[in-house]
Design a protein around this ligand. Structure first.
Ligand code: SF4
Length: 313
């Protein structure tokens, strides 16, 4: 029904958020070891019109004609949305066309060295960049970046964004135990946070198996240790393990479709995306919640992760 929109998905940070996917899977300038969307197949720095803007606008018109307004219109999806060269035009268009709906930009934060990219998000209500490392060695291990990216420049770009941008910045830091939770790295991250001065720092960790097998989720007490170490004023843990039951009700038809499918045979994320005709980010959201509710489980087999019914005891 929609090629570039997904959801609305229930989101702890953004309520019912309608996702807008501006790049084909999996186009990114990073290849993070924890990525829920799988390995980056197009590691690129090229900014271009990956999907036709007119078609995204047409889908948004259609969505608003048929549905109540979501809580947020959110750039996210299967790669880095700010690689789309007309992302800024789309923000402008949405603010004119749907002025009562706030716009959020989920981004890996690597492109704000470019003044054009800082201008592109100028009218967004909130920008949610990630920053998982503040030293080059850890940046390379966790984010496996495009070779021309330098972490010092990325941090400088985020500082510039803070200076140029009037909206809210919610900085997400994804903790990977053994990599970015050492004293040295946490100190460097704290220095970067102080310079960037976001409204809030949101600490997250792996929800479900990531791209690389060895990566594990930080426990709640490990995340709390990070927060205690920083002693910064505005830090919150947003990891799903720290959250109570989801506040928002999921769409029952989506939930049932996923549960009925995995009850028949174990499926990968890619299988479910094709079988159900849903966007992989939407499937991902539901899988996370259903796994937490112990309605299904994941199992790694070789390089693949299968979701399946929990066996009857
Ligand atoms: S930046 Fe986001 S989309 Fe790109 S590899 Fe990392 S987690 Fe995946």
């Amino acid at each position: 029904m929609y090629q570039y929109l997904f959801g609305p998905v229930p989101s702890r940070r953004l309520g019912f958020s309608l996702g807008i996917d501006l790049v084909p899977a999996k186009t990114c300038n990073l290849n993070c070891i924890y990525c829920e969307c799988g390995r980056t197949t197009q590691l690129t720095m090229e900014r271009r019109e990956y999907v036709a803007l007119d078609r995204v606008c047409e889908e948004l018109e259609r969505f608003f004609f048929d549905h109540p307004a979501p809580d947020y219109l959110t750039f996210s999806g299967s790669g880095e949305p700010l690689l789309h060269s007309r992302a800024g035009e789309l923000v402008e268009w949405m603010k004119e066309r749907f002025p009562s709906v706030p716009v959020a930009v989920l981004t890996n934060g690597t492109l704000f060295t470019d003044p054009q990219v800082r201008r592109a998000v100028g009218r967004a209500d909130v920008v949610l960049p990630s920053l998982d490392a503040a030293t080059s060695a850890v940046f390379k291990k966790i984010n496996r970046p495009h070779p021309i990216l330098q972490i010092e420049e990325i941090i400088e770009g985020l500082v510039r964004l803070r200076q140029d941008y009037d909206g809210r910045i919610w900085l997400e830091i994804f903790i990977v135990p053994g990599l970015n939770d050492t004293k040295d790295e946490l100190s460097a991250l704290r220095d970067a946070v102080v310079r960037i001065s976001p409204e809030v720092v949101q600490v997250n960790t792996l929800d479900r198996p990531g791209t690389v097998r060895a990566v594990r989720a930080a426990t709640l007490s490990e995340l709390q240790r990070v927060v205690d170490f920083w002693q910064l004023p505005k830090v919150e843990i947003i990891a799903r393990s720290a959250a109570g039951p989801e506040q928002r009700v999921m769409r029952r038809d989506r939930e049932s479709a996923i549960l009925e499918t995995v009850a028949r045979r174990p499926c990968t994320l890619a299988d479910l995306t094709i079988i159900l005709g849903m966007h992989q980010n939407e499937v991902n959201k539901y899988l996370g919640i259903l796994e937490k509710q112990r309605k299904l489980q994941s199992r790694r087999q070789g390089s693949l992760i299968f979701y399946e019914k929990i066996p009857d005891r």
